[in-house]
Ligand binder design. Structure first.
Ligand SMILES: *[C@@H]1O[C@H](CO)[C@@H](O)[C@H](O)[C@H]1NC(C)=O
Ligand SMILES: *[C@@H]1O[C@H](CO)[C@@H](O)[C@H](O)[C@H]1NC(C)=O
Ligand SMILES: *[C@@H]1O[C@H](CO)[C@@H](O)[C@H](O)[C@H]1NC(C)=O
Length: 362
């Protein structure tokens, strides 16, 4: 491995072009992770997914070696993997909360692979608050059906304190954000309607609108709406705001070049709101192209997050798993037969081994 070369290159990059932010708290981040994508392939932003479109990152299912990827990342200090999956995959294209046994077993292979590394494992329903074009609880599936889906998922892993429940990927164009928060999320939290309470030892992630935008989390009204979501005992314990942030010019995460570190217009106002309201957030998607602009800006963003680690728990890169290595945001490591080689952005900015901003790496 060209590790020594990489480290000296990183040191050079950090010392010459990166403005390291003075840490307010200087405590390390609790989480660094990677999205292990594939079970969500075939999902569109209108919540239309097809079970057959999924490309499981499971070697035994003729896929890429997601287990090997996760073990490699874990060895480099990552401690959480987000595991996106389409609702339709889990129910075999039925609009129901009842899990299809075979499909769920396939997905559970990935979750088990993740848990066996020792990392936290984030279940992410990758449906944009929709099922086949219709918004949950607002014209689409009822909150009861969605809550039943989560009840079945959560009860399966109710004893796994390292399983995190990511309620939904990237809600957007939500007609009524309070309705999303109140009737959608409140009924879900700790799954009260079904009497199968998820213990508050497990984290639940609450996403706002605009594709879970970190930048507009407060201005969109998502923050205030989701702040109403509480545990049955009235506490916020382990109810974590779920925010995404891309650093390209339109914030879409579709362009190779990064143009901002997002500190002034996103992370500072978000951290201020979180602190004022006694809440915390996890940045469950971020990333960029494997280019110098993203190495610099993302390093700055992560450094700043670490300075706000009382309210920002960490970051999760998008994405490894089943993506092609030439995907613009690829974080897919390649295996040479004896060792894993990381993409540039992972090795230079995101890896806890490189940036030393994460609690598990000394
Ligand atoms: C979960 O833990 C409870 C209490 O410790 C135990 O009674 C139950 O059998 C466990 N369930 C599973 C599925 O392991
Ligand atoms: C939005 O949803 C909330 C919660 O269900 C409800 O109280 C409110 O009346 C709704 N607002 C509009 C404009 O429909
Ligand atoms: C490892 O990855 C880097 C960055 O993607 C690439 O430049 C380099 O050629 C790769 N090395 C090997 C041995 O594959």
């Amino acid at each position: 491995m060209a590790i020594n070369f990489l480290h000296s290159f990183v040191a050079a990059v950090l010392s010459t072009t990166t403005v390291l932010v003075n840490a307010q708290t200087s405590a390390p981040l609790q989480f660094a992770g990677v999205n292990i994508a594939g079970f969500d392939f075939g999902c569109g932003t209108d919540g239309t997914c097809s079970a057959s479109g999924a490309v499981p990152p499971i070697f035994q299912l003729s896929g890429i070696d997601g287990a090997g990827q996760m073990q490699h990342f874990f060895d480099d200090g990552y401690n959480v993997f987000r595991l996106p999956v389409g609702w339709q995959y889990l129910t075999n294209d039925q609009m129901t909360g009842v899990l299809d046994e075979t499909q769920f077993a396939n997905y559970n292979t990935l979750v088990s692979d993740c848990l066996s590394t020792g990392a936290y494992c984030l279940i992410d329903i990758h449906n944009y608050a929709r099922y086949n074009g219709q918004v949950i609880g607002q014209g689409g599936p009822s909150n009861e059906v969605f809550a039943e889906l989560w009840s079945n998922i959560a009860s399966y892993w109710k004893n796994e304190t390292k399983v995190i429940f990511g309620v939904m990927n990237e809600p957007h164009d939500i007609p009524n954000i309070s309705a999303w928060a109140e009737s959608g999320m409140c009924s879900l939290v700790r799954l009260q309607p079904f009497g199968k309470l998820a213990p508050s030892t497990q984290m639940i992630l609450l996403p706002g609108t605009n594709y879970a935008s970190a930048k507009t989390f407060v201005s969109s009204g998502s923050a205030d709406a989701l702040d109403e979501v509480k545990n049955p005992d009235g506490t916020f314990t382990n109810l974590i705001m779920d925010v995404h942030k891309y650093l390209d010019y339109d914030g879409s995460g579709t362009n190779a070049e990064c143009v901002t570190n997002g500190i002034d217009d996103t992370w500072t106002p978000l951290a201020t709101w979180l602190r004022a309201n006694g809440r915390q957030a996890l940045n469950s998607e971020t990333g960029g192209g494997n280019v110098e602009s993203c190495i610099n800006y993302l390093s700055q963003a992560i450094s700043y997050q670490a300075s706000q680690s009382d309210v920002i728990l960490g970051y999760i890169g998008w994405a490894a798993g089943s993506f092609a290595t030439n995907y613009v945001l690829s974080q897919v490591p390649s295996y040479s037969g004896t060792s894993w080689n990381d993409t540039l952005l992972v090795s230079m900015a995101m890896s806890p081994r490189t940036n030393k901003f994460v609690v598990t790496v000394a």
